[in-house]
Ligand binder design. Structure first.
Ligand code: UD1
Length: 429
């Protein structure tokens, strides 16, 4: 078991390069199953969620070569049996994409109920409703396997009651080879939805409208191999932007799509942080005090829920009172108890957090409760007096490539140690 040791007080300074988007990669890798040829996927983030997804495909018979740190070559032709085992699948939420991809390829899929970060009830009813609309039946076994099957998938109109990223992508995966036309109404518009559509089209699919709330898919008979580069990770970029702002630093964040960062940029500017936009980089710099601001999370292009904890960690030391409202997930403030122990003044009522800015934070032993909560704890620890320890870093490493190295390169005092190393038990203020 390992933990992070972070001594606060350093202003972050320098350049950091953003990796490929986790939430695009975990959909695009299973999407390769639909292809009749080899796919070369570039700009793949080197993170645990990607390794797990690759292992699931390998266990099913795919042949995967790691060409270099960020390029995978995937040959799905060895997959003959559309069954994904419980052991690997239970570790990640995004394993639900195997349902759509296997169903689209084999007219049948058996995948264990997904695991992943726990921030409230995470149903998949909309995914299953979408598959049903395309003509599939589903059942859930006592052992927690979801079985979906059909004789033939046929395109249809699918209206999403709730805007869901996962359901939108899963229905796209199931529909690309269905007979006729599928129209997804009230579709999610996140950047990784556009990325998945672009990847599917690079294999010969006919997906139009991704990035708007109506996606039209005309089924094709077969998909070929392709070479595709994944978009940069919006949330990883946002996390370094938040960290630069929180520490009063000056950081150039490279390999980003600035358009994807607009909602984060807008909030940081409201807080008095300078954000300069370049073609594929943003420079985040703060010299003055942080101002309070209010944030409400929304589906894209609203403020991303996956940046909510990190921005709350910045607002802890802002002047005045900020209100953060979570409108996507039911229970995404579990990290607040950890930040309170550092001296943060945050009260939570249902899905709203009220943050009274404080001038000092004290180091503390912390436990990462989920991926983005862990990122928020890194940010808080970087601005605290003394040395903090963050446990359960496996959550953080699920989604951030080389997180220690990247933060160290921009001046953070952060290292990874074994849990039982001497002096690893306490925090010093
Ligand atoms: C994805 C992201 C996650 C992010 C979330 C919202 C991945 C692997 N994960 O999760 O990091 O926080 O988008 O941007 O990409 N819902 C239903 N029924 C369903 C599906 C969802 O009611 O069948 C509800 C959920 O409870 C939630 C809302 O819809 O309140 C949004 O969830 P969704 O967009 O589906 O999130 P995920 O795709 O699971």
């Amino acid at each position: 078991m390992e933990k992070f040791v972070i001594t606060g007080g350093n202003k972050l300074n320098g350049e950091v390069s953003i990796s490929g988007a986790k939430n695009a990669a975990v959909a695009i890798i299973p999407a390769v199953v639909l292809s009749d040829g080899i796919c070369r996927i570039e700009n793949v983030p080197n993170i645990a969620d990607v390794s797990i997804m690759a292992s699931i495909l390998e266990a099913m018979g795919a042949n995967i070569k790691r060409i270099n740190k960020s390029t995978l070559e995937i040959d799905p032709r060895g997959i003959k049996n559309p069954v994904a085992s419980y052991e690997l699948v239970r570790h990640m939420r995004a394993s639900y994409y195997l349902l759509g991809a296997l169903l689209g390829k084999f007219n049948s899929a058996e995948v264990a109920m997904p695991g992943g970060c726990d921030f409230g009830v995470r149903p998949i009813d909309l995914h299953l409703k979408g598959f049903e609309a395309l003509g599939a039946d589903y059942s859930i076994t006592n052992g927690g396997m979801i079985c979906v099957k059909t004789d033939k998938l046929v395109g249809n109109h699918v209206y999403m009651d709730v805007v869901s990223v996962g359901a939108t992508m899963n229905i796209m995966l199931a529909a690309v080879k269905a007979e006729g036309k599928t129209v997804i109404e009230n579709a999610a518009k996140e950047p990784h939805i556009v990325d998945l559509a672009n990847f599917l089209n690079s294999m010969g699919a006919d997906v139009r409208g991704a990035g708007t709330d109506v996606i039209k898919i005309s089924g094709v008979k077969a998909l070929n191999g392709s070479t595709y580069s994944i978009i940069p990770d919006q949330i990883e970029a946002g996390t370094y932007m938040a960290a630069a702002a929180a520490t009063g630093g000056d950081v150039l964040i490279k390999n980003v799509i600035t358009k994807h960062l607009e909602s984060i940029t807008a909030k940081l500017r409201e807080m008095g942080v300078e954000v300069e936009e370049y073609d594929d980089a943003v420079r985040v710099k703060r010299t003055g005090e942080l101002n309070h601001c209010n944030i409400i999370t929304m589906p894209h292009p609203g403020f991303p829920t996956d940046m909510q904890p990190q921005m709350a960690a910045v607002l802890i030391k802002a002047k005045g009172t900020s209100i953060v409202r979570e409108s996507v997930w039911d229970n995404r403030f579990r990290y607040v108890d950890e930040l309170r122990r550092m001296g943060a003044k945050i009260s939570v009522n249902d899905k709203t957090a009220v943050i009274e800015g404080v001038s000092e934070l004290n180091a503390s032993p912390l436990k990462s409760t989920d991926l983005r909560a862990g990122a928020a704890m890194i940010i808080a620890a970087l601005t605290a007096n003394g040395t903090s320890y963050i446990e359960d870093i496996k959550y953080i490493e699920r989604g951030y490539e080389d997180v220690v190295e990247k933060f160290r390169n921009i001046g953070a005092d952060i290292k990874r140690i074994k849990t039982n190393e001497p002096g690893s038990q306490s925090a010093t203020a």
